[in-house]
Design a protein around this ligand. Structure first.
Ligand code: SF4
Length: 404
């Protein structure tokens, strides 16, 4: 039976960060109990319709999942374990914001089975944290890591953002110098994108901030690569570094383009040869899960062959909260697989796996493109795999574009 990565979306935050366009809300806290009950129902329904399939990773994402109370975390994990065969060694991650957690809370979620935490730290500099609208300071981030260690966590990620308006290479180096001695197992780096409709975009429009400089961001990425390698991290994905064996198993599922189930408002999933998105608004989500007990679509129950993708061979029943879905054809699946697997820098694209999954050798589909990119020293072959070169990782978007 297909094993899944399970993502649970928690769409609540105490305050909106200036760059954030995620599906999260700061004024719907009074809905949290109803939302958790609806999410537990969705878990129960999807697991039952799928025949209690195996789950090997579980991820509480948001939003700020650490705003859940301990009984709410317990209820969601109990629902997941009842509805799915959650592996005893499953990686169970919770995203958390510094300032929302203390040792007592973290010991509680650890006792419930959460075994990995991902903290949104973003910067060590007060001015940058203020620009980003973060509600914590760097001392709170350090305190959160200390509390997590005291609570028994040995697998921690920190998120950082570079490419900020006005951020110099020296500023970024100060953040790296402050963060690396903390000694976590995993670091994720995001280059800021100024999204439409965000306070940062309005500030840019009104001229109160300058647009970030892409050349500075490229230099910042390069010094981060050097600093993280010197600190003993493997650069295993374009934006992610881990101590050996501490890669994020949940996210690796996305990058291998393997099946995952996203539940909760606005979550995405890819299963049974379909991609789908759950309705975004929490109130609508709760109403949907309170209402129609019937399976969503005839299309999703379609018993016709769902292509020959071996890992996507089971049509998966969707919940009543799914707002949109489409069947993934071979062209889309092959392109997605090429792009996502090439993001995995140390693993790369598995050429035999590709041929097995799609019934066509990779070079038959993309031979001309690969020859060109190898000729430009952007891709290389190694042991039956195709990988980005050092040059290719800096120009990865140019490489990926050619597989679309
Ligand atoms: S904590 Fe995360 S999800 Fe919440 S507003 Fe900030 S960036 Fe968005």
């Amino acid at each position: 039976m297909t094993a899944y990565a399970l993502y649970l979306h928690i769409p609540f935050c105490r305050r909106r960060c200036s760059y954030c366009d995620f599906n999260t809300y700061t004024t719907l806290g009074d809905l949290q109990a109803d939302y958790v009950a609806a999410l537990a129902r969705e878990i129960e329904l999807v697991g039952a319709r799928g025949g209690r399939p195996p789950v090997h990773t579980l991820f509480f994402g948001g939003g700020t999942p650490s705003l859940l109370t301990l009984p709410q975390v317990a209820a969601l994990l109990a629902a997941a374990r009842a509805a799915f065969a959650v592996d005893a060694a499953a990686e169970i991650t919770m995203e958390a914001n510094p300032g929302t957690v203390d040792e007592t809370y973290l010991a509680g979620v650890r006792a419930l089975g959460v075994n990995r935490l991902s903290f949104g730290v973003q910067s060590a500099l007060p001015g940058e944290l203020a620009l980003l609208g973060r509600e914590h300071d760097f001392a709170a981030a350090v305190a959160a890591v200390d509390a997590a260690r005291a609570a028994g966590f040995d697998n921690l990620n920190l998120d950082l953002i570079y490419g900020l308006p006005g951020q110099t290479v020296a500023d970024w180096q100060r953040t790296l110098d402050a963060v690396l001695p903390i000694g976590v197992e995993h670091i994720s780096l995001y280059c800021l994108t100024i999204e439409p409709g965000t306070p940062l975009q309005r500030a840019l429009h009104h001229g109160t901030i300058n647009a970030p400089d892409p050349d500075t961001a490229a230099d910042q990425y390069e010094i981060a690569c050097t600093a993280l390698a010197a600190a003993g991290f493997d650069h295993y994905e374009i934006s992610n570094w881990a101590r050996p064996g501490r890669e994020c198993r949940h996210n690796v599922v996305y990058w291998r383009n393997e099946p995952y189930l996203g539940l909760g408002a606005g979550a995405h999933g890819s299963a049974g040869g379909y991609r789908y998105q759950v309705v975004r608004q929490p109130r609508t989500y709760i109403r949907r899960m309170d209402g129609d007990p019937q399976p969503l679509t005839a299309d999703a129950r379609d018993s016709s062959p769902v292509t020959r993708h071996s890992s996507l061979a089971t049509p998966f029943p969707l919940s009543p909260a799914v707002a949109a879905h489409h069947r993934v054809d071979d062209d889309e699946a092959m392109s997605d697989t090429a792009i996502t697997q090439l993001r995995l820098l140390s693993e790369g694209l598995d050429l035999d796996g590709f041929a097995l999954r799609f019934g066509r050798p990779f070079d038959e589909v993309y031979g001309d493109t690969v020859r060109q990119l190898v000729g430009w020293d952007l891709l290389r072959r190694r042991d039956g795999r195709l990988l980005l070169t050092d040059k290719g990782r800096f120009l990865s978007n140019q490489v990926f574009y050619r597989f679309v």
